[in-house]
Design a protein around this ligand. Structure first.
Ligand SMILES: NC(=O)c1ccc[n+]([C@@H]2O[C@H](COP(=O)([O-])OP(=O)(O)OC[C@H]3O[C@@H](n4cnc5c(N)ncnc54)[C@H](O)[C@@H]3O)[C@@H](O)[C@H]2O)c1
Ligand SMILES: [Zn+2]
Length: 364
């Protein structure tokens, strides 16, 4: 088991542990008792993870005298809305949850975002912990305290920064993940390696075959390293005023690709294509050498993800998606690029240059 620490410089008493280890969920009761005493406990999950993980976890906690209520909502992004948050809050009121209650988010990124947001606003904020059950959630979304829900007009438009008290990631729960959901996590893991950890990148290259075969021992090391990158970045910039922007590598264009494909492409595929473009841009604008670019593109493809823009998505629709997403300010778009594997730089690019490069991308 690896115990990482997310240090929040501004107020060290809000710093918290991020634990990664196989079988660690069996000890969740001990970790919870270690962070404090609570008046009641609420396991928040989705209907799918409920039967898969949360019911067993509830029984295990109960056998150690932590009695909890189990609340769930339908799985998938469509549940990430204010209606679900209100329902949850009503259920918490009905069950007598107060400011000393603890919420435990058990699930993927959707559950983490919804439960975290409910915790952020219920009675002006109550404590919660994250028990992520998808690879994406273990390497990325459970760490850093960004919580929120979607509006019909766009994703993640309502939200709050609310740090958890603890994050507990058990790679053994990932065995049931379908390969497409696993790939979503690969995309974010590659992102972490490219922006901040050359060693993690080499490990991903070496262990590519084991990853595709769900080798959990290897996965534990990789999740811990990717989680460490996220902890390091958030610890320097909790509210995304500077360094945290590097986590948007592949995402600036990735979100535009997702929107332009009308969400037919998954987030992971869109981000992978966005990283592919950003890697090629990095050769021109950030001095990334050819060999490193080729290695990066090879790894993305080797983990089953695309590195090219879809043929039916043209530069105009990407530029207008970037405009709609407020990514262009006064003719300039800030792109996260890499000057070498493991080193991110933020580069201002004019719309004219961007258009020229995107046209090259769609005709190559
Ligand atoms: N807060 C952040 O910093 C942050 C960062 C990145 C992404 N996100 C958000 O995360 C969400 C995506 O997260 P996600 O990909 O985990 O999606 P998700 O939570 O919808 O999970 C994907 C599917 O996998 C199922 N699932 C969960 N655990 C499983 C398991 N162990 N075995 C089998 N199936 C399992 C879920 O029921 C769901 O159907 C998006 O809403 C995104 O905006 C948030
Ligand atoms: Zn992402």
């Amino acid at each position: 088991m690896q115990r990482l620490r997310l240090e929040l410089k501004a107020e060290t008493d809000r710093s918290y542990d991020v634990l990664v280890g196989r079988g660690i969920l069996n000890d969740l009761h001990r970790e919870i008792k270690g962070i404090g005493n609570f008046s009641s406990y609420g396991l928040i999950t989705d209907d799918f993870v409920k039967t898969l993980v949360a019911e067993q976890l509830q029984a295990n906690l109960s056998s150690h005298n932590i009695h909890s209520e189990l609340l769930s909502f339908p799985p998938g992004e469509s549940a990430k809305n204010m209606g679900i948050v209100l329902q949850l809050c009503e259920q918490l009121i009905a069950r007598g949850f107060d400011r000393k209650s603890l919420l435990i988010a058990v699930g993927g990124g959707v559950v983490g975002d919804v439960a975290g947001f409910a915790a952020a606003i219920y009675m002006r904020g109550i404590p919660y912990i994250q028990v992520p059950t998808t690879l994406l959630a273990q390497v990325d979304s459970s760490i850093g305290g960004k919580t929120g829900v979607d509006l019909p007009t766009g994703k993640n438009l309502l939200g709050a920064f609310h740090q958890p008290l603890l994050v507990v990631s058990d790679p053994d729960v990932l065995v049931s993940l379908p390969v497409e959901t696993r790939r979503e996590g690969f995309a974010e893991t590659i992102k972490a390696a490219l922006i901040a950890d050359a060693e993690l990148f080499s490990l991903l290259e070496e262990e590519r075959a084991c990853l595709l075969e769900n080798d959990n021992e290897v996965l534990e090391t990789i999740i811990a390293k990717a989680a460490e990158v996220k902890c390091r970045v958030v610890s320097h910039d909790e509210h995304e005023s500077g360094l945290r922007r590097i986590l948007n590598f592949g995402h600036t264009l990735g979100h535009a690709v997702e929107a332009a494909s009308q969400y037919k492409l998954t987030h992971g595929e869109s981000v992978a294509a966005g990283m592919g473009v950003a890697i090629r841009f990095s050769q021109e604008w950030a001095g990334l050498d050819r060999d490193e670019a080729d290695r990066a593109l090879k790894l993305i493809r080797g983990l089953g993800l695309p590195t090219e823009l879809p043929q039916d998505i043209h530069s105009e629709s990407l530029l207008s998606a970037l405009e709609n997403d407020k990514k262009i300010h006064g003719n300039i778009c800030h792109f996260v690029l890499i000057s070498q594997i493991g080193k991110a730089v933020v580069q201002p690019i004019t719309v004219g240059e961007l258009q020229r490069k995107l046209e090259e991308e769609s005709t190559s």
